[in-house]
Design a protein around this ligand. Structure first.
Ligand SMILES: [Fe+2]
Length: 292
């Protein structure tokens, strides 16, 4: 159609899109156009703001490399990651879930370890942590043979991919649950950390006078054919940023019970419940460590 007025634009775009053969693609793109146009109208977007928005979107891509995923960081900073997670887990949001944001720092190919092994490959000073986890189904029965990916920051708050002083794949490991559904490892207590602010995500936080900290946590992926794969995070209850997580990942169901031992080390036990569904490992947001 020939566009005459601003009211015609949305209709013109939707009319051109109606031939989209895949129904789900059609649903998503039609809704995107309707909401995007409504958003532009609601905020009365100026031409200057539009140009800035285009530069901002381009900068997200330009900032993204094999060892950094800026789009994932922004999705977290806007709360979209956790919203998608809570809508799609816990029987579609009916019950609390141990599923959580994947986050921007998951790498494939972590070393496979026996239960009880240490995640440390290079010396990593800090309070020792002993972790024991269980994987159970909705009925509470142990799930044996589940593969559990684990990754975490160091006690100074850096993942190995960000830190040249850590060995490749330090503080990352792949475990398999035993007959009782348990898996275990030793490590060091992770620290809270600042998310990178040298790109568009940092500009967003600064514009809103928000801090860029994430409360201390461990990351997990629980994978077992026949069950819906979940990414998870378990948070330190004493972290000062628990209620203002810059990535909005913290949920009540994921606050861990870190128990300080007389020798200053910590013990943590946690149960992950998985539900029937599609077993599919998430795509790794990064594929490499920072260049040496
Ligand atoms: Fe993290």
């Amino acid at each position: 159609m020939i566009i005459e007025t601003q009211e015609d634009v949305t209709r013109a775009v939707l009319e051109e899109m109606h031939r989209t053969p895949d129904p789900r693609t059609n649903e998503i793109l039609s809704a995107l156009v309707r909401h995007l146009h409504q958003f532009v109208k609601e905020v009365r977007l100026t031409e200057r703001e539009f140009q800035e928005a285009i530069s901002y979107l381009n900068a997200i891509g330009q900032k993204t490399t094999a060892s950094h995923n800026e789009a994932m960081l922004i999705a977290g900073a806007l709360g979209v990651s956790n919203l998608v997670c809570l809508m799609n887990n816990g029987e579609k949001g009916k019950r609390p879930t141990q599923a959580n944001n994947l986050g921007p720092f998951y790498r494939e190919g972590a070393p496979r370890y026996e239960n009880g092994a240490s995640l440390l490959i290079s010396p990593t000073p800090g309070p020792a942590l002993r972790f024991k986890g269980w994987v159970r189904d909705l009925q509470g029965k142990p799930v044996a043979g589940a593969e559990v990916d684990v990754w975490q920051s160091s006690p100074v708050g850096l993942y190995e991919n960000q830190d040249r002083s850590q060995a490749e794949m330090n503080l990352r490991g792949l475990f398999t649950t035993a007959g009782d559904g348990s898996f275990s490892f030793t490590s060091v207590k992770p620290a809270g950390y600042p998310v990178p602010t040298d790109g568009p995500a940092g500009a967003l936080l600064r514009a809103q006078k928000r801090h860029n900290m994430r409360p201390a946590h461990l990351h997990f992926i629980v994978y077992k054919p026949g069950y819906k794969t979940i990414a998870s995070q378990v948070y330190d209850p004493e972290d000062p940023h628990l209620e203002t997580d810059s990535q909005f990942g913290v949920t009540k169901a994921l606050i861990g019970d870190f128990r300080r031992q007389p020798d200053g080390s910590y013990a943590l036990e946690f149960t992950f419940v998985i539900e029937p569904g599609e077993a599919r490992r998430p795509k790794a947001p990064i594929t490499a460590k920072v260049a040496a």
